[in-house]
Write a protein that binds this ligand. Structure first.
Ligand SMILES: Cc1ncc(COP(=O)(O)O)c(C=O)c1O
Length: 491
């Protein structure tokens, strides 16, 4: 029973040391107080202090030196500069995607590549043993039910479990408010189909999740791109300007750990955004697929739905980033206005979601293993993301910019303006490294000098070498650009 207090104490100490490092009280490379010193100064046990140091070590913030003690890492993440925020005005346009996107998708899913282009987490971080155990215990009697169709709205126990986890985010969400879907993709698709018709205009963030662009093209929608800040999300002032001159039918935003930016919209901005859209009666679909992937906060970030007073926010999510992407289980909380239309679309397209897959996740949640799994996963992705950021600082040219996220597993990296991320993407493939070139995250050809690096896989020597190779490729391109520039000046 003493575990939570113990956990709380070491975490508190780790947080305090971390904030001292970030504020510069402890400098890069400086020796930290020894465990014995802290033990005699503070009323804390040796094991609590040891645990705090181990936690900081896993994020790469400090390092242990044999027979010498703990030191602040010699490279400080404080040196990281976030990318500038370019507010490029955009007009509504059709979504056209080049053949490039297929090549990017193939590279991301190719198991022979170092998966820096992927936004998924490694299966090594998923509770594979637990799922194996559950499958082994299925009886023939149970299997009869599992081979039958599910209700269109989904397994009642799974909806109850999701409602329990959503408790208090918006008040009063119950199982009847939830529709289970084939991943977050189907949840977003159904919401779009319930609100928009082909040719209608949807406001999206720029940059955005490139999978959405494929979806929006196949639904025949027009899009208008709203400049999105690398730290704070959608720029509300820019959105307001767009709404004054463009008939926007709905918005699709990702306020929590946005893909690809990693941006987390603060609560006051969420409220301001929902107030604006409520006032103009514009529905907003929020993709919360990364909402549970926070590093530090004591609880998950809030939903736009929490601020909704007009039943105009439709929340979508799934277990794909945190538990089991292959089971394809997601959900929508569409509100009363759109729920029936969504169920009609689902019944007429995919009919229902896999009964077996829903039952497995429902059981995993009801056995109480989920929170433990999430705690471990959050620690792992934070550590991997920080270590990757460190490696980028070490190996990429000095003018590289990136914002360290507060959750999720993505780093959005700005390279020198003269660098083409498509060139780097192609050169990296030849070294069996996949990355996501920034251009595929926008319909207006922006972000040509950005790349997205995924940190969902354990950080190994191979990862470090991969980042080093990318740095060398970028350097090579930079030098070529400089020498070409010199040649054209001389000619
Ligand atoms: C931001 C975002 N939304 C939605 C999806 C799709 O999720 P799912 O696999 O649950 O359909 C992804 C997958 O990469 C994503 O990154």
């Amino acid at each position: 029973m003493s575990e939570p207090r113990q956990t709380f104490r070491y975490k508190k100490l780790a947080d305090e040391i971390e904030s001292r490092i970030h504020s510069g009280v402890y400098q890069p490379g400086e020796k930290l107080p020894s465990i014995r010193q802290l033990h005699s100064q503070m009323n804390l046990s040796i094991s609590t202090i040891h645990q705090a140091y181990i936690e900081l070590e896993t994020t790469g913030l400090i390092e242990a030196r044999p027979k010498s003690g703990y030191y602040v890492s010699p490279i400080s993440l404080n040196r990281l500069k976030p990318p500038e925020f370019d507010k490029i005005p955009a007009a509504p346009q059709k979504v056209a995607l080049g053949a490039m996107v297929n090549s990017v998708l193939a590279a991301i899913n190719n198991p022979r590549m170092l998966p820096l282009g992927s936004s998924s987490v490694s299966s090594e971080l998923l509770p594979c043993r637990h799922f194996t155990r559950m499958l082994k215990t299925v009886s023939v009697q149970e299997m009869k039910g599992l081979l039958s169709y599910s209700l269109t709205e989904g397994n009642p126990e799974l909806r109850r479990q999701i409602a329990l986890r959503t408790m208090g985010l918006p008040k009063g969400i119950g199982p009847a408010d939830i529709v289970i879907t084939n991943g977050c993709t189907e949840a977003v698709t159904l919401c779009l189909q319930a609100i928009l018709r082909p040719g209608d205009t949807l406001a999206i963030e720029t940059p955005t999740h490139f999978g959405f662009l494929q979806l929006l093209r196949s639904l025949g929608l027009m899009v208008v791109e709203v400049p999105t800040h690398p730290r704070h999300g959608v720029d509300i002032g820019e959105l307001e300007k767009i709404l004054k001159k463009t008939p926007v039918r709905a918005c699709l935003f990702m306020p929590n750990f946005q893909n690809p930016l990693g941006a987390l919209m603060p609560d006051e901005k969420k409220e301001e955004l929902v107030n604006l859209l409520n006032r103009l009666e514009i529905p907003v679909i929020e993709d919360d697929i990364c909402g549970e992937m926070y590093y530090e906060e004591k609880q998950r970030p809030s939903l736009l739905k929490h601020f909704d007073r007009k039943d105009l926010v439709l929340t979508c999510s799934s277990f794909s980033k945190i538990l089991a992407p292959g089971l394809r289980i997601g959900w929508a909380i569409p509100g009363k206005r759109f729920k029936d239309e969504i169920l009609r679309h689902k019944a007429g397209t995919t009919v229902a979601t896999s009964t077996l897959d829903q039952a497995l996740i429902a059981r995993f949640l009801s056995e109480g293993a989920y929170d433990r799994h999430l705690r471990t996963l959050r620690q792992a992705i934070k550590s991997q993301t920080f270590k990757t950021a460190w490696a980028i600082l070490k190996h990429f040219p000095a003018d590289t910019r990136l914002a360290l996220p507060r959750g999720g597993s993505l780093l959005w990296v700005r390279l020198d303006r003269g660098i083409s991320s498509l060139d780097i993407y192609e050169k990296a493939l030849a070294h069996h490294i996949s990355i996501l070139p920034g251009t595929v995250c926008s319909v207006s050809g922006q972000f040509g000098n950005y790349i997205r690096i995924g940190c969902g896989h354990p950080f190994t020597d191979e990862t470090e070498k991969g980042i080093e190779t990318l740095g060398a490729l970028i350097d090579e391109c930079l030098h070529k650009e400089v020498s070409q520039g010199a040649a054209s000046v001389l000619s």
